[in-house]
Design a protein around this ligand. Structure first.
Ligand code: ZN
Length: 390
């Protein structure tokens, strides 16, 4: 459901915009798709008033890790399902396409979506053509630096980094060599690496030690699946953070949630958080196989973090200002700016008890739920799709 309006006023909502240090009752006036005014008690004649009393108005939410190439493999999902259909205005594909598929991605995914769709190009030429359980980096010919460079240079407007599966299953006999090659590419192209940790797909191969992976990462690179329970995660056999993890975090390596079918475990999360390591981004790792649970959408994943002790403001900061920084897009995303194209999420915070379920069917009692009300891009207001949230 969507409607287009030349002029409208979001009236009476609580605005939470951490990057702008705003938390309070502020109205937003949108004129011809641009934010014309933000202020208390705005009035305007000749505009449509949208009552958002008792609702939360935020910069457009950003989901930094999903699988968005509908029709490719078992997981590709239409970006507008987890995007504007979930109150989210920006979604980021994590490595569906290697360099050979990037133009297809651009033409058929990014350009045809209602949601803004950004992309991490896969280090492997195969991308996810063969599914996550295959050894996509085990043959050295499957990394083609020159072709990746060409694809990145031609698509810098949508590419935010390089995706690497740092699992024993994906790397195979190549061991850490693909990470070395990714490091060089990242340095040359000046884009970050997004690294999947956790042996979630290939149980029979020797896991890669996270400390070995982190040797190749620098400030601004991202580790996704920080709360995975699978071998190769952030914790040692005694549930303590590997020392290399703390060092990496201190040196500026970023940590992302990446919920997914396998990689949000509440016990691991509590343990990691208790040891003082906090996420720099929140993401669903959304795909076709987890929309109906345990993931549902980004607002539900944010509410799960709240059940783990985060404040509303903190989870909104993760999904807006922090996400924009993680993507290197703080100049255009993550905050509401007068004169910029409208990019706004409207949410509802409900005080109610519900059972939050993690990727291993572990549960915790959550006391607040977040549901999307609108995703707004320019002059278009999208209502969320129906999904049976818990
Ligand atoms: Zn993923």
């Amino acid at each position: 459901m969507k409607q287009q309006l030349a002029n409208f006023l979001l009236k009476g909502g609580r605005m939470i915009d951490p990057a702008a240090n705003r938390d309070g009752l502020f109205d937003v006036c949108v004129c011809n798709g641009k934010i014309e005014a933000i202020g208390e008690n705005l009035t305007s004649s000749g505009v449509t008033v949208i009552d958002v009393k008792d609702q939360i108005v935020t910069p457009g939410l950003i989901d930094v890790h999903l699988h968005l190439m509908k029709g490719l493999g078992a997981f590709g999902v239409d970006p507008d399902i987890f995007g504007v259909g979930s109150g989210v205005t920006t979604v980021v594909d994590a490595g569906s396409a290697g360099h050979t598929l990037l133009n297809v991605f651009r033409n058929y995914v990014t350009d045809s979506a209602k949601t803004r769709v950004l992309n991490y190009i896969n280090l492997s030429t195969l991308g996810v053509v063969s599914g996550p359980g295959y050894s996509i980096l085990a043959d050295p010919r499957l990394i083609d630096e020159a072709k990746i460079e060409q694809a990145v240079e031609a698509n810098r407007d949508i590419i935010v980094g390089i995706k690497i599966m740092a699992t024993g299953g994906a790397l195979g006999a190549q061991g850490l060599k693909p990470l070395e090659r990714a490091r060089k590419l990242g340095d040359e192209l000046k884009i970050p690496l997004l690294v999947h940790i956790g042996e979630s797909w290939t149980k029979d191969s020797a896991p890669v030690h996270v400390g070995d992976v982190l040797k190749y990462l620098r400030a601004g690179d991202i580790v996704t699946h920080m709360f995975t329970v699978h071998p190769g995660g952030l914790l040692d056999g005694n549930g303590k953070l590997w020392p290399q993890v703390r060092d990496a975090k201190e040196s500026g390596v970023l940590m992302d949630v990446g919920h997914g079918l396998h990689n949000l475990n509440f016990d691991v999360a509590r343990n990691v958080l208790d040891q003082g390591l906090h996420p720099d981004g929140v993401s669903t790792d959304g795909h076709r196989g987890n929309r109906a649970g345990p993931v549902y959408d980004l607002p539900t994943t944010m509410a799960k973090l709240m059940a783990l002790g985060f404040t509303l403001k903190h989870v909104i900061e993760l999904a807006t200002a922090n996400a924009a920084r993680l993507l290197g897009r703080s100049n255009e995303l993550g905050t509401l700016r007068i004169g910029a194209a409208a990019d706004i999420s409207v949410l509802k915070l409900e005080d109610r008890e519900w059972k939050a379920v993690d990727s291993q069917n572990g549960t915790i009692l959550a006391r607040q739920a977040i549901t999307p009300i609108y995703a707004i891009r320019g002059d278009t207001i999208y209502e969320p799709l129906r999904v049976e949230r818990p």
